[in-house]
Design a protein around this ligand. Sequence first.
Ligand SMILES: [Zn+2]
Ligand SMILES: [Zn+2]
Ligand SMILES: [Zn+2]
Length: 452
Amino acid sequence: MENANGASRGVVPTEGELTAALQSLRSESPALGTPKVHALLLAQQPTWSVSEKRTRKVLQALGLVLSSGNSSSKPTGDRKYPASQLNPSLPLEQMTNAVKTKYFNDAKGKGLVATRKIEKGEVMWKEDPFALAAEWELYELQNKSLACFYCSTPMSHSSNAVLRCTSTSDSLACPATFCNRLCRSRAESLGGHSMLCPGANPASNELLAFVEKSQWQALHALSRCTARLVMRKKAAILKKGGQKERAEVGKAFEDDWAIYTALAVLSYEDRFKYAEEMGGEPDRAAWQKAHKLLVNAFDKERRKSNLAHDPVFDEELFSYEGFLRGLGRMSLNMESHGGIYAVHSHINHSCTPNTSVRHHDQSNALSRITVLASSDIEAGEELVITYVDPSLGVRERRKRLAEWGFGKCTCGRCMEEEKSLPPQIEPASGQPAAGPDMSDLSAEIKAGLGLL
Ligand SMILES: [Zn+2]
Ligand SMILES: [Zn+2]
Ligand SMILES: [Zn+2]
């Protein structure tokens, strides 16, 4: 077979090569149907011989096929709902033998299911954040050198173990202090601290000042994710040494990139359709300003490390569209205390949850979460948490979920309560429960929505 360029198509790519190529095409063009993706693939790889059927199969295995027009579970109307994909390189087996990932369908996306029976109270796994936008009280402590800049655990100045970031520029000193050497080295190797350090990168100061003033947690989390990804990408590009060392650094970036791009995504524009229907006015001027500040903060690094030479990376993080998708990723996947977690972010919502999340390690790893079974879970059963206050009535719960950009909840409890619902009257129990978790959540909803 010969293509238009005259090159012959004889190369049959391996599953891994095809998967990587399709993942990058999909993240570049998330809205294209399979035939178009297939055509793009062949244009990009003029020597490859790949059928559309094989392309579809790989896309399906990755959870990257868009919903077809006649699927009965497809959301109705013009509104878009979050899309997600599986990350084949997620190191789940290293964390737990109790759960595995599963792609349900295009409407529901991915989730986690039990691989065996799990007893109520069992700790299923513990997890450190991929990126953390500490809650504002903690962030203030971090900026006063009173909480670890990496794991956010509060600490006292008198502690001998306190280590400072030593970067200073002409006029700016970095306030960051760390619990110990491990936190300090991880802040750089996993957090890309120097990218958002006022001493090492003064250009980031305006972004962080805006984040703090607006208390926009999704923007904060996106800035932290971007710092991590840019730092890892830069390391992969600049790494010298033997092939093995370079391959390791390259893989560290690829694994991070796979985690980021597999997070459920809904562009801020789509997310705000509901807010607009409800009469809210998304602050697009603030979005544009935030985008400009984020681009400025990383501009020097992008030029220094030639990051723009990877168009997929550059587009996904620094174009305005990519930025809006990034904000959507953050607000959809953020745990209520501001962390983005690679595995936790897979857990879907139900109004009768069987899973709960705790911050147990208050003394030395505050940002670490412990995920445990809040009731017995059978093998094959899906793990679910609640994204909204479960004491609310069904209409109010659905309204809150819609504010987050999710579709109508059709969990067993919602369907049951819907039957006994008088038309348009919320049950009397529909008052928000008082409690720190829920007020955090509603504050985050506001912050995450960017209604400044
Ligand atoms: Zn720490
Ligand atoms: Zn610093
Ligand atoms: Zn429900």
